[in-house]
Design a protein around this ligand. Structure first.
Ligand SMILES: Cc1cc2nc3c(=O)[nH]c(=O)nc-3n(C[C@H](O)[C@H](O)[C@H](O)COP(=O)(O)OP(=O)(O)OC[C@H]3O[C@@H](n4cnc5c(N)ncnc54)[C@H](O)[C@@H]3O)c2cc1C
Length: 410
């Protein structure tokens, strides 16, 4: 039986990006086996992100927008800086990422291999799939962690970004094709009505912060998503009704749903370890790639893969770096605690950031490349009182469970 230098479990975004970075560097002597449970690749997601980093999949980007807007309390903030917002379809990513893998002599991809057990021994790791047994010196595991059932003890916050997106073709022209709608809190305002809870019953507290996100491809075609930042997922009918109401309000007329995507991403301060044992490493969302304050992960996965490929080719398997700096983690933890304690103020806080911060500084902050000057600029846009309280005294504050009504999980 062949002993692989590394076995990567999961050939999704993180697994494929890492092997592409290795191949691009010549691959050295590292022989990698990629085990993927799916039999074929489909357009199972789309990625939106700012181009703060040169990445290997630039040629697969299908749309770029120079500006974005945030809608709150009847006001619209338009933002434009030196970065663009990019849109990458998974089908294009997979095509570009799989091509070099199929012609590489060092990387072997096996599809239809559902990993059942991972057993660590003294000098190797043994993996059992439906198809057979594989052994490697190291295992890089990208299988998802069950985000919905992780319990957080205060001061940790474990929220989720959960969303349903429809790519629609509408009868009437209703989208502004040159600008992304990053957050439209108006689109979330009818959430209490959709959930069938009255303000009186809930003291106005919703199970999180809902908003609409729109990536427009023309005046009649767009990806429209209802997104929630909150502690738990909702029934699918809630997302659907919110999307229907939004399209009605936009006077879209009749519309056809061409594609849809659903996702649940962690917005969490819970620790995720990249090195759970001596020979197992975690990568991608499983290794903490999702930015705690936003759920964005694509660029962090690219950046991490670039660093790791350099490192692994030098034979360093011991130090899998964290995805985010300590500074970012601390700031995100404070921000998430503030949101958890003051969910009703969430829309206003996001709006203030986009309204008052320099767009480039804010984008760099979201991409974890902010300078001290950027951070200062961002801090001055936020109300200092609640942030100081949370950053200085998180352990002394009682965790106030958000009042939520009984919400049906999926
Ligand atoms: C619908 C959706 C939209 C998103 N949009 C954005 C966005 O706009 N911007 C952004 O920055 N991030 C976004 N993300 C978050 C993140 O970038 C993606 O989830 C990304 O794909 C994470 O990469 P990954 O490798 O960790 O996980 P995945 O890409 O999901 O890869 C994990 C792989 O493991 C395989 N696998 C699972 N279990 C097994 C098993 N037992 N055996 C073998 N293989 C297994 C899976 O089939 C999969 O291929 C989105 C996520 C989703 C779900």
């Amino acid at each position: 039986m062949q002993l692989w230098d590394a076995i990567v479990i999961g050939a999704g975004c993180a697994g494929l990006t890492l092997v592409n970075e290795l191949i691009n560097r010549g691959g050295g002597r590292v022989r990698v086996l990629l085990l993927e449970e799916r039999n074929e690749y489909t357009n199972d997601r789309t990625w939106g992100f700012w181009n703060t980093l040169n990445h290997r999949f630039e040629n697969a980007v299908s749309y770029r927008w120079p500006s974005w807007s945030v809608h709150y309390a009847g006001e619209v903030t338009h933002c434009r800086g030196s970065y663009q917002y990019q849109y990458l379809r998974a089908e294009h990513f997979y095509k570009l990422a799989l091509a070099p893998v199929s012609s590489s002599s060092k990387i072997t991809l096996k599809l239809g291999e559902h990993v059942q057990t991972v057993q660590e021994e003294e000098d190797l790791v043994r993996i059992q799939t439906h198809q057979g047994t594989h052994v490697g010196r190291y295992v890089i595991d990208t299988r998802p962690i069950d985000q919905q059932n992780r319990n957080a003890k205060y001061p940790d916050v474990h929220w989720l970004q959960h969303f349903l997106g429809w790519k629609v073709k509408t009868e009437h022209a209703c989208f502004q094709s040159k600008q992304v709608t990053l957050m439209d809190f108006k689109g979330g305002e009818d959430a209490a009505e959709v959930l069938g809870v009255s303000d009186k019953e809930t003291d106005g507290a919703l199970p999180g912060i809902p908003f609409i996100y729109v990536l427009p491809f023309s005046s009649t075609e767009a990806l429209v998503e209802i997104t929630w930042f909150g502690p738990k997922v909702l029934a699918k009918s809630v997302y659907r009704e919110q999307l229907q109401r939004y399209l009605q309000r936009k006077e879209a007329g009749k519309y056809e749903i061409i594609e849809q995507e659903y996702g649940v991403l962690p917005m969490s301060t819970l620790p995720t370890t990249t090195q759970p044992t001596r020979r197992i490493r975690r990568l991608g969302l499983a290794g903490g790639a999702a930015r705690p304050s936003t759920g964005y992960a694509f660029l962090a996965i690219q950046r991490q893969a670039q660093r790791l490929a350099d490192q692994l080719l030098k034979g360093d398997w011991e130090n899998f770096p964290d995805y985010y700096s300590t500074q970012s983690r601390l700031l995100d933890a404070t921000f998430l605690r503030v949101l958890q304690e003051n969910p009703k103020r969430g829309p206003e806080l996001f709006w203030r950031l986009f309204r008052y911060a320099n767009p480039d500084a804010l984008v760099r902050f979201l991409a974890d490349t902010a300078s001290l000057k950027d951070l200062w600029e961002i801090a001055t846009c936020l109300p200092s009182g609640i942030f100081l309280k949370q950053s200085l005294f998180p352990n002394f504050l009682q965790k106030k469970e958000m009042e939520t009504t009984q919400i049906q999980g999926i």
